[in-house]
Design a protein around this ligand. Structure first.
Ligand code: ADP
Length: 268
């Protein structure tokens, strides 16, 4: 079992990802696909007059500020356009896939945060009434049942709180939790970068391998912005028993195959 997370940043080639998924399924590989949708969400949110806002936690992790309006735009794009486009691409290639958010079937459950602490111009501030949280439980039975009847799950945030509210969760960490719940061997995280860059944004500074006990150091010294969350997800996946996590590029042909062959940043 492998879990593939494809990001939502600019430049990602979803056709290439889906071509690889088909090839892998044809060889009998079991897999679950998880996706993002950040770039398109930002565009739609701006067009709708509710431009995206991002916050940074005191420990340096950035995330989308998700009030109710932002959550609903997020759902339109992630659960609507992006999810259905990927499912359609797979259907066109003869793969019977099913698109679900973490709300559906209580696939991804977690606690809704009562408040988030953010750092703004060097000062700490508390923001309440956000719709965010973290995946704590994965409905693995539902995923296995879907796969049992021949459906390929295509999953996307948001998740659902124990009280039944939609909560925005980080897709990379949700992918890690899913991979652990399914006893996957590999987690492939694809984005619009060759992997983890030692000297971001210099693409020739790719770090080819990171040992598990070096992850925190890379988070502190090399990763900025959203890459930090990916590395945190990788750390959680390895702590949960995965064999390896590969951070690879989704702007090229055969992105999944290349990552499985070790192209990108391999973390083990
Ligand atoms: P996606 O939505 O595709 O999952 P994100 O935007 O969440 O992608 O995260 C990938 C981004 O992380 C890259 O586009 C890049 O701007 C940023 N980044 C920050 N630091 C690094 C780094 N050291 N190496 C690579 N990417 C980095």
């Amino acid at each position: 079992m492998i879990v593939i997370k494809v990001g939502g940043s600019e430049g990602i080639d979803y056709d290439a990802v889906c071509d690889d998924v088909v090839d892998l399924v044809d060889t009998g590989q079991q897999l679950v696909l998880i996706h993002g949708g950040s770039h398109l969400t930002n565009q739609v949110a701006t067009a709708l007059g509710h431009p995206p806002q991002f916050v940074t936690s005191p420990s340096g992790y950035s995330s989308r500020l998700t009030d109710r309006a932002a959550l609903e735009i997020f759902e339109m794009v992630y659960c609507g356009q992006v999810n259905k486009n990927i499912v359609e691409r797979l259907q066109r290639r003869g793969i019977n896939s099913i698109g679900l958010s973490g709300i559906d079937g209580r696939l991804w459950q977690g606690t809704r945060k009562k408040a988030i602490r953010v750092l703004e111009n060097g000062r700490k501030r508390i923001i309440r009434d956000t719709h965010t949280g973290r995946v704590e439980q994965v409905n693995r039975t539902l995923l296995w049942d879907l796969m049992q009847v021949g459906l390929l799950p295509v999953l996307t945030p948001p998740a659902v709180s124990y009280d039944g509210e939609a909560i925005n969760v980080d897709g990379d960490r949700a992918a890690a939790a899913t991979a652990v719940a399914l006893d996957a061997t590999d987690l492939i995280i694809l984005s619009n970068t060759p992997g983890v860059l030692g000297n971001f944004p210099d693409e020739s500074s790719l770090i080819p391998t990171i040992e598990r006990d070096e992850i925190q150091q890379v988070i502190q010294t090399n990763a900025q912005g959203r890459m930090r969350m990916k590395l945190l997800g990788a750390q959680e996946a390895l702590a949960g028993g995965l064999r390896r996590v590969v951070l690879g590029d989704a702007r090229c042909s055969q992105p999944v195959r290349r990552a499985l062959a070790g192209e990108g940043t391999v973390i083990r």
